[in-house]
Design a protein around this ligand. Structure first.
Ligand code: ZN
Length: 149
């Protein structure tokens, strides 16, 4: 009986976060015309986790027309994007271990898709965030704003 009651308490505690956790799904697509299909992403205030899927709806290969989805503070975006030009595709065209990169997907080519999950605890409510593709030359066109809360 004692073991059972311990288990009940532990199980309830373990299950508790699921009651308020909310994963918000976001899907964004990039194409061979070097464009994302949306320029704003809004996360509801009660999202605790984001499941972001990037789709490449074009046909061109990743080394020619690769796309990724990178999130940084809007204040950091320009510097991170510029630093990414000097990186390689293996590093997702991003400076290594750069804390200004909040999250990012890998670089994908036409027909591919990739999904990342991240907690919204990485974001501040009301903060100004910019998402972009860090493939060299793409971020001038492939960028948008993300808001949370
Ligand atoms: Zn791109």
């Amino acid at each position: 009986m004692k073991l059972l009651s311990v288990c009940l308490t532990a199980c309830l505690l373990a299950a508790a976060p699921a009651a308020w956790a909310r994963t918000c799904a976001v899907t964004i697509a990039g194409n061979d015309q070097m464009k994302f299909d949306q320029s704003t992403i809004t996360l509801a205030p009660d999202c605790t986790e984001v499941s972001l899927t990037l789709k490449h709806t074009g046909k061109l290969a990743a080394n020619v027309m690769g796309h990724n989805w990178v999130l940084s503070k809007t204040a950091d975006f320009q510097a991170v994007a510029n630093a990414g030009i000097r990186a390689t595709i293996a590093d997702s065209y991003l400076p290594k271990n750069d804390a200004r990169v909040i999250v990012h997907t890998k670089v994908i080519g036409g027909g591919d898709s990739t999904t990342i999950k991240f907690p919204t605890s990485k974001l501040s409510k009301g903060g100004a965030y910019t998402f972009f593709c860090s493939f060299p030359g793409h971020w001038a066109m492939m960028k948008g704003t993300l808001s949370f809360g």
